[in-house]
Ligand binder design. Structure first.
Ligand code: BTN
Length: 250
C-alpha cells in the first residue's frame, strides 16, 4: 500500500507575512507551540535570511521564501531532506520550464547553467535523538533581477534565465506538490529518488573541494548514498564519505 496521501497536507495552512527576519525562525516557534505537519510560513522578504553554514541568505522581494513544518515518523532519515528539497526545486523548474534543464549540487543547491537558483536549509529539533520536528526552509530566486557582488557571479533567478517574470504563486504550488510527493514516497521507497538525485546531479565524476568540521577534502565525486552523503575518491585513492549536514562545497 502506498504511503503517498491523497489529501494535500503541505500548505493546507499558510501564514503569510510581508517581511520577517527569517521564516525558519517563525516556523520553528510555531512548531514548538504544536503546529502540525504541513504548516507553511511564507514571506515577501526576509531581513535576516539564514543560509547553510551560517551564511546570510539574500532574500529581497521577488523571491520565494518559505518554511515548512515536518513531523517525520520514527526511523525517517532526516539527512535525506536537503536532497529531497533540492530535487523538489529541480522538478518544479523542469515541469514549468522544461528547456531550462535544472541540476542539483550536493547537498542542497538547485542550479541552472551552473548558477544557484535555490537552496534548502533544514533545522532539526530533537530530544534525546528522537526527532520532534524539522523545519524545511526553502529559498528560490524567482523574479530577482540583480544580485549584489559576489553573488552576481554565482547566482541566478528564474526571471534572468527566462527573460520574463515568473509567477511565484504558481511556482510555490508546484513546489509544494512535488515536496509532498517526494516526502511521502521516500518513506515507501528511496531508491528511485536516489536515482533521480544522481541523474539531476551536476557533480558526479567531477573534482570538488568540500569543507567539513574535520578539514578540507579534495576529491572526485563518485556517488550520493542512501542517507544523502557524498562519496569522494580522494587523491590518495581512499574513499571518503561526507554526511549531508557535515560539509559544504568550496
Ligand atoms: C542555502 O544556503 O542554500 C540554504 C538557503 C535557505 C534559504 C531559505 S529562505 C526561507 C528559509 N528561511 C531562512 O532564513 N532560510 C530559508
Amino acid at each position: 500500500m502506498s504511503l503517498v496521501p491523497e489529501v494535500k497536507i503541505f500548505g493546507k495552512k499558510i501564514y503569510t507575512y510581508a517581511q520577517v527576519k527569517s521564516t525558519n525562525k517563525i516556523a520553528y516557534q510555531l512548531a514548538e507551540q504544536g503546529a502540525e505537519e504541513g504548516v507553511l510560513v511564507v514571506a515577501g522578504e526576509q531581513t535576516e535570511g539564514e543560509g547553510r553554514a551560517g551564511h546570510y541568505w539574500f532574500s529581497p522581494q521577488g523571491g520565494l521564501w518559505f518554511s515548512l513544518i515536518l513531523r517525520p515518523p520514527i526511523g525517517f532519515c532526516v539527512s535525506r531532506l536537503s536532497i529531497l528539497g533540492a530535487i523538489g526545486i529541480a522538478r518544479s523548474v523542469k515541469k514549468m520550464f522544461s528547456f531550462l534543464s535544472p541540476k542539483i549540487r550536493w547537498p542542497n543547491d538547485a542550479i541552472i547553467r551552473g548558477k544557484k537558483v535555490g537552496g534548502v536549509l533544514c533545522k532539526v529539533r530533537s530530544i534525546q535523538k528522537r526527532v520532534i520536528f524539522v523545519i524545511m526552509g526553502i529559498g528560490v530566486n524567482i523574479n530577482i533581477e540583480e544580485f549584489p557582488s559576489p553573488l552576481s557571479f554565482t547566482t541566478t533567478s528564474l526571471k534572468r534565465e527566462m527573460g520574463h517574470s515568473v509567477s511565484s504563486k504558481i511556482f510555490q504550488e508546484c513546489l509544494l506538490e512535488e515536496l509532498e510527493r517526494l516526502y511521502f514516497s521516500s518513506q515507501d521507497d528511496f531508491s528511485s529518488i536516489l536515482e533521480e538525485a544522481r541523474s539531476f546531479s551536476s557533480l558526479l565524476g567531477k573534482q570538488v573541494k568540500v569543507q567539513t568540521g574535520e578539514g578540507e577534502f579534495l576529491g572526485v565525486v563518485q556517488d550520493i548514498d542512501e542517507e544523502g552523503g557524498l562519496i569522494l575518491r580522494l587523491e590518495s585513492g581512499m574513499q571518503k564519505r561526507i554526511g549531508a549536514e557535515e560539509g559544504y562545497l568550496k
